[in-house]
Design a protein around this ligand. Structure first.
Ligand code: NI
Length: 255
């Protein structure tokens, strides 16, 4: 494997017509992909894709948008799914106070329950955070347990980057790094050690320049890597190599 897209919503409707072709392009590029669950349905689908394709692994979890559907039965099914050998993490979980599609108290309890599941099963987490940093940090710190995983689509400044890095997290960096308005993020990424960065697309969303505005897909992760290489004065292949190594190590992937 030369590349890993650590965050792809391959189950998304946007891939309905040509999912197999999109995945074939990943294989051609020697790219591994983490298919990310965001609901029970999409978690089941991520596991199904992982069982079908050699270069795909799955994470299972319930996104904060769907937190109001997290109940005991959902947690039982999630735990069952998470024990599949092809499941390498719990996510996407977290908080989203920007869209507030689930009540905030339900978001917080769903996050706590899924963080506990990750600890119980010894799996890394994939965190979503939008305008909810204070509560997210407080919840991560409250158990005193050490979580591991990735802050997906990190968009903060250097101070926040340091805070997550000090807690042991990796930063998931995607298309927004290539957007003209994101100078603060570029400064933060420039000073983040490369061995703590994961490449991601969050496809079909957050398409990097030069395809911004169109549907995103895993192979476009190269444009993110190009931007990181430019910022750090490195060769593109060194960025690919190290970030692939990081994802293999964090999620325990076997090639
Ligand atoms: Ni996502």
């Amino acid at each position: 494997m030369k590349w890993i897209d650590s965050h792809a919503h391959l189950d998304d409707r946007a891939f309905e017509a040509d999912r197999a072709t999109v995945i074939a392009r990943c294989s051609e590029a020697e790219m591994g992909v983490l298919a990310i669950g965001s609901s029970l349905r999409s978690s089941r689908e991520a596991v199904r894709l992982a069982s079908r394709y050699r270069n795909i692994w799955a994470t299972v979890g319930i996104h904060p948008h769907h937190a109001k559907f997290v109940d005991e039965a959902a947690l039982i099914e999630l735990k069952e799914l998470a024990q599949d050998d092809l499941v390498v993490g719990i996510g996407e979980i977290g908080l989203d106070y920007y869209r507030d599609l689930s009540p905030r108290d339900r978001q917080r309890s769903a996050l706590r329950q899924q963080l506990n599941l990750a600890i119980e099963l010894n799996l890394p987490v994939c965190l979503h955070n939008r305008e909810s940093t204070d509560d997210l940090l407080a919840i991560l710190k409250e158990t005193g347990k050490r979580h591991c995983g990735v802050v997906h689509s990190f968009l903060g400044d250097g101070t926040l980057a340091d805070e997550f890095l000090d807690m042991g997290f990796h930063l998931g960096i995607g298309g927004p790094l290539t957007f003209p308005g994101n100078e603060v993020l570029r400064v933060a990424v420039k000073r983040t050690p490369l061995d703590r960065i994961l490449l991601e697309t969050d496809c079909p969303y957050l398409t990097p320049v030069p395809y911004r505005g169109r549907r995103n897909e895993p192979v476009y992760v190269k444009y993110v890597a190009e931007e990181i290489a430019k910022l750090k004065g490195l060769a593109l292949q060194d960025v690919a190599k190290q970030t692939t190594k990081n994802a293999i190590r964090l999620f325990g992937l076997s090639d």
